[in-house]
Write a protein that binds this ligand. Structure first.
Ligand code: SF4
Length: 311
């Protein structure tokens, strides 16, 4: 079995075979899983202390040059490490159920924009009923509303990135000049499907809604300010959660990074403070998280070389 894929804005129209495909992301029909691990440092609303059980998906439809998970997020045809396993939608659905029974507060799918069709097929009404925790979909933010619609009622918390508001970095770093417009469509569609954020009244664990993430890149303050402006101007107080991430870690073993005057360094203390000050001045962004600058460390990047973590 194979099909021609135009599921994301790349609209490759390329064949996807059982394991790999000819499109930009290289993904096939089966879902390639890179790693499964308990993550203790997601946004505090995703855990009351037991962490998030994250299922890392292999490959990506953006392929950013600075990717922190570059060992698994390139094309399936070119990445350094092989996937841990390939799963059919039915198998992936059972994996979601199983991981929701491990005692974690939430289960996360990281990052699944190139497998939305398969993830939607995996979450049947029966699977959805048996998943015991809120289900989080971590996304690159580069999706098509009509594909995302397949997930309506299946994902509790959408966590899209909003990486760029201008075409220049979108083209230079992710070969996607249309990213700004597509990310806006993606975020609006996610919000249309979940509505305003809801929380458990006692634990404040998030039950449903949208968390918009933005990674501050060194030397791109105006880009960060533009992302914050978008959230402030398009949502009312308490509708969405905003997460400002400071963990950018230059992968200087990659020549494209070490030779890039912007990307070869961490963000400075001044850049970090400027972004936080800008965010805190926004009256409509009432639910937000800001990472400490010390989170810019390879310590916080999952070890994809390590042994697999099926339990
Ligand atoms: S999901 Fe992959 S194959 Fe399909 S359009 Fe996007 S990049 Fe191309």
């Amino acid at each position: 079995m194979s099909y021609l894929c135009s599921d994301c804005p790349r609209e490759c129209g390329a064949v996807r075979n059982e394991y790999t495909g000819e499109g930009f992301c290289g993904a096939g029909e089966k879902i390639a899983v890179a790693k499964i691990m308990r993550h203790m440092w997601e946004e505090p609303v995703l855990s009351t202390g037991n962490g998030t059980e994250n299922i890392f998906i292999y490959g990506c439809n953006l392929g950013c040059v600075y990717c922190q998970n570059y060992k698994i997020n390139g094309s399936l045809r070119t990445s350094e490490l092989p996937p841990l396993t390939y799963l059919t939608p039915a198998e992936f659905g059972e994996l979601l159920v199983e991981r929701s029974e491990t005692g974690a507060d939430t289960v996360g799918i990281v990052t699944g924009d190139h497998y939305i069709r398969q993830i939607a097929e995996a979450i049947t009404p029966d699977v959805k009923k048996r998943i015991k925790t809120p289900l989080v979909l971590n996304m690159s933010g580069y999706s098509k509303p009509e594909t995302l619609a397949l997930l309506n009622g299946k994902i509790d918390i959408f966590m899209p990135d909003f990486k760029y508001v201008s075409e220049k970095p979108a083209q230079e770093y992710s070969q996607a000049p249309d990213y700004p417009a597509r990310a806006v469509e993606t975020i609006k569609k996610c919000f249309e499907m979940t509505g305003p954020a809801t929380f458990d009244e006692k634990t404040y664990l998030m039950k449903s809604g949208v968390i918009i993430r933005h990674l501050i890149l060194p030397g791109w303050f105006r880009n960060t300010a533009g992302v914050i402006d978008f959230v402030n101007e398009n949502f009312r107080p308490d509708e969405v959660v905003f997460s400002l991430m400071s963990q950018y870690t230059p992968m200087n073993s990659i020549p494209e990074i070490s030779s890039n005057p912007r990307l070869s360094r961490r963000i400075s203390a001044v850049e970090h403070k400027a972004a936080i000050d800008y965010l805190l001045a926004c009256e409509n962004i009432t639910m937000c998280f800001c990472q400490d600058r010390a989170s810019s460390s390879e310590e916080f990047i999952p070890d994809f070389d390590g042994s697999e973590t099926f339990q």
